[in-house]
Design a protein around this ligand. Structure first.
Ligand code: ANZ
Ligand code: ZN
Length: 857
């Protein structure tokens, strides 16, 4: 709807559709955002939005994320940088395949149709992309380099295949990474996930556990702190010791991992994970009735998820294996149990149970009536080397031992996890917990029955999937040679045609059924061999795409090291917090691997991260099924790209959710029309001398010029918009009831409004720029420096009172501090007269406006 407000000056009509239609073709011809113009000497910035998955048209979440990314990209261009802001599609993955199965079509067609649709919408929305770098991960030109990367990891021993118990989605009939299991359910379809033993491909992420953790320190302050915390928790480094226990009737000792070697004398039994090889072996050599019960118990375990198993408020289950271990320090004989609260995949899949000091062990011991022995006296607190005598917090009197809470977890049911001094621990009695951890670890090391050890919660990355629409794994299985990597010059291994293949999930990859594709000659011995039929997790594709943008059209290498040197790492990354763990972790891992391989010279991919909130409606997430969807296409049609972008920028801090019920795109359109008319009302020419303009308006203009950069860099986009509105209002007033449209300050203000609008409303800004007498494009105009002489603030009048009575007024700066203001007030002759020889009992200072001296009455 064209907006025209008679009260608002110019007769010109703001018609967003006409403005869009005018500038879109002009820009496409100008290509102002190309980054490879010959001789371009500008310094560089790399601004990246997480690339979209082509599941349909763009949605409001895209409008938001790409809107924010574009503000940053446009801002750095105004600051004189050559800014790379690329776009591509994360176009492999399950939704395409599931849609294809449902409709009996090719996932390729579905995917590329959706990309075309999203592209059309992007063109109108007009983020400042360099379209020449466009990529799609499902193109062989892209996934060839996934395969190349896989082979590099394979050469380094960082890609390997192993049998393991994996998460299996019975609905999607594919394995899932631990990260893709949410509360025991498939992240994609919501089906309950089960455990299955399968041979799968992994990337050795755990080798990088320490660096993935330690390098987060580099990102402190430039990534959201909650993302840093989520990364740290996910990696979950734990520090402790491995301890060897001899097993009766077995040659080899077994190892357990513990974070509390100080409690070794308090171990009263051992527990092994039912689904570990060790448990099966121990049960195998146990009496027959144990073997039978064990099989039942194992089945029961496999139905539970890791999260359920680790939960502390779950009824403890388990069984005695009728085997015994020997405590390596005390020589005590300890029964061996199996219980599902111990996980096969963590540490060694076995624990020394210390029920007095570990809650899960205690719950278990109480359920099965096993002994509890306290070995750390937590009533003997420690500070440094000096024992502290505990005191009653109320009376402050020293407490006698009998007054202290009992050291009896067996009856209280509460494990003692605090600090204290060792008891019941032979030669280690009297040591503090921390000293004992050191001493006992040393003792274990010196007799070669243990050593200091670390563990990560992080697991290796399971990358193989039994699905069609992904990157084929470039390995050939030969009966004679085993695993043979596909030679580099035979890449890409192109996906076979979907036509004629049954894509329905059935537990093995549909690629295996493409016999013509999968039967090959072994590159090594020439004999008959078969291709690996699994495809890669799509997180592999997105783990390095930021590098491919730099050489998107290079078919000789994954990326050109010279381009990487110029552009990478990414200066500003923008995307959803739903990727706070996996995608970022995998990109960080891949970057470190590429660093180690000598391909890049940095170890972190994304120097700064902005997580936008969600666009919601009436307090709830939008969804098609709930029927509360705000469609991007509808909003775009109704209000235009600029009003949409403006609404998003103005809604609030970008990290917060935007409730579409609380914002007004129509209001944004009105504001844009109001701003746009300013440019048409200016009557002075571009060469007018600004310094001759109205000083009050110039002050408002220059304060915005001075403040906006820092506000943008702190992502306070909404504040910039608010300040821009203030300038638009001041300019309108100057035209209508101030110095008038011919005043130089009016032109200056209108030009600055245009420069700032370029960040949020590029079409409107371009049209204003032309109305002001300039050539396109405003997007490449440099930011203007604020004139410092216009930033000096006016003074204001502070009131000085004595006992609430006004005694004086002083002129002060609006920025005056409380102490300075009080000093000025005390120096006032009127105040000194009013006070006489009385000392004020208190002084109330409300800088910059008021001081009140209160005398005691
Ligand atoms: C004895 C002990 C005594 C423990 C005590 C704790 C407190 P984090 O911090 O997560 O690394 N553990 C070891 N392997 C396990 C497995 N596969 N499944 C379940 N639990 C396992 O936890 C390490 C502690 O978790 C280890 O230290 C071990 O219990 C248990 F007062 O050993 B502790
Ligand atoms: Zn062979």
């Amino acid at each position: 709807m064209p907006d025209h407000d008679e009260r608002d000056g110019s007769e010109a009509r703001y018609d967003f559709a006409a403005i869009q239609a005018k500038w879109l073709p002009a820009w496409e011809e100008l290509r102002p955002f190309r980054t490879d113009a010959p001789g371009d000497k500008r310094p560089r910035k790399y601004v990246l939005d997480m690339f979209p998955y082509p599941s349909g048209d763009l949605h409001m979440g895209h409008a938001e994320a790409f809107g924010f990314g574009d503000i940053v990209a446009r801002y750095w261009r105004q600051q004189g940088f050559n800014v790379l802001h690329p776009i591509g599609w994360d176009s492999f993955g399950l939704p395409a395949e599931n849609a294809a199965i449902k409709r009996g079509i090719d996932p390729r067609g579905w995917t590329y149709d959706n990309i075309a649709q999203q592209k059309r919408s992007f063109r109108i929305y007009a983020p400042s992309f360099d379209w020449s770098k466009e990529l799609h991960t499902s193109d062989p030109e892209y996934y060839k380099w996934n395969q190349w990367l896989f082979l590099k990891l394979y050469e380094k021993g960082l890609a390997y295949r192993k049998d393991g118990s994996v998460n299996w989605c019975p609905n999607d009939q594919t394995v899932l990474a631990n990260e893709q299991v949410i509360d025991g359910h498939c992240e994609r379809c919501g089906f309950a996930v089960v455990k299955k033993k399968l041979t799968q491909w992994y990337f050795r992420v755990t080798d990088y556990g320490d660096r993935l953790l330690d390098d987060l320190n580099q990102l402190e302050g430039s990534w959201p702190s909650r993302v840093l915390t989520m990364q740290r928790n996910w990696i979950g480094r734990s520090i402790g010791a491995d301890v060897q226990f001899r097993i009766e009737g077995r040659n080899e000792p077994i190892a357990v991992y513990t974070t509390r070697p100080d409690t070794l004398y308090g171990a009263t039994f051992l527990v092994v994970a039912p689904d570990s090889d060790l448990a099966s072996e121990l049960a195998m050599d146990a009496p027959a009735h144990v073997r039978e019960r064990f099989d039942d118990y194992l089945r029961q375990t496999q139905a539970a998820t890791d999260i359920e198993r680790l939960s502390t408020d779950r009824e403890k289950t388990g069984m005695f294996l009728e085997r015994y271990a020997i405590n390596p320090l005390s020589g005590e004989r300890l029964p061996i149990w199996t219980a599902d609260y111990v996980l096969a995949e963590y540490g060694h899949g076995a624990v020394m149970a210390v029920p007095a000091h570990d809650q899960r062990d205690l719950d278990f011991a109480r359920t099965f009536d096993l002994p509890v022995r306290v070995v750390v006296d937590t009533n003997a607190p420690i500070t440094g080397a000096i024992p502290v005598i505990p005191t009653d917090p109320e009376t402050g009197e020293a407490l006698l031992p009998e007054d202290l809470p009992p050291l009896d977890p067996a009856s209280t049911g509460v494990a003692l996890t605090g600090d204290g001094r060792l008891i019941n621990s032979g030669p280690f009695n009297g040591l503090s917990k921390n000293n004992a951890i050191h001493r006992i670890t040393e003792a274990l090391e010196s007799s070669s029955i243990g050593h200091a050890a670390r563990n990560f919660r992080l697991r290796d990355w399971l990358i193989s999937r039994q699905r069609y629409w992904g990157t084929p794994i470039p390995i050939i299985h030969c009966p004679a040679c085993g695993e043979v990597p596909v030679p580099e010059d035979q890449l890409p291994v192109v996906l076979p045609d979907a036509e004629g293949l049954d894509l329905k999930p059935k537990g093995t990859s549909p690629l295996g059924a493409a016999t013509e594709w999968s039967t090959v000659d072994c590159p090594n011995c020439g004999g008959k061999a078969t291709r690996d039929s699994d495809t890669m997790d799509t997180f592999v594709d997105s783990s390095w795409y930021y590098l491919r943008y730099l050489s998107a059209n290079d078919d000789t290498q994954a990326f050109d090291p010279a381009e990487v040197e110029k552009w990478a790492p990414v200066d500003q990354y923008v995307g959803g917090v739903e990727h706070a763990i996996l995608h970022l972790l995998y990109s960080r891992f891949m970057t470190k691997v590429l660093f180690d391989l000598g391909y890049v010279s940095f170890t972190e991919p994304f120097m700064s991260l902005l997580n936008q909130g969600q666009v919601i409606l009436n307090g709830a997430a939008m969804s098609k099924s709930k029927g509360n969807l705000v469609e991007f296409a509808d909003e775009l049609r109704q209000h235009g790209a600029d009003a949409l972008r403006m609404t998003i920028a103005f809604a609030g801090p970008p990290e917060d959710d935007i409730d579409w019920a609380d914002v007004s795109a129509a209001g944004s359109a009105k504001f844009l029309a109001r701003a746009w008319r300013l440019a048409h009302d200016v009557t002075s020419s571009p060469d007018v001398e600004w310094r001759s303009g109205d000083i009050a308006l110039r002050r408002v203009t220059h304060r915005l010029l001075a403040d906006a950069p820092a506000l943008v860099e702190q992502f306070k986009f909404n504040v910039v918009v608010a300040r821009l509105m203030e300038l638009v209002n001041a300019t309108r007033k100057a035209i209508d009831s101030g110095p008038g449209p011919q005043d130089a300050a009016v032109r200056e203000a209108a030009e600055v409004v245009t420069l700032v609008l370029n960040l949020f409303a590029p079409y409107t800004a371009e049209d204003m720029w032309q109305a002001l007498g300039y050539e396109p494009t405003v997007a490449l105009q440099l930011w203007r420096r604020a004139d410092p002489s216009l930033l000096i603030e006016e003074s204001l009048t502070a009131i000085v009172q004595v006992d609430g009575k006004v005694r004086d007024r002083v002129e002060v700066s609006p920025k005056i501090g409380a102490d300075e203001l009080e000093g000025l007030a005390r120096a006032s002759a009127a105040v000194q007269r009013a006070l006489g020889d009385r000392e004020p009992a208190s002084v109330v200072v409300r800088a910059p406006r008021l001081v009140n001296f209160v005398t005691a009455k």
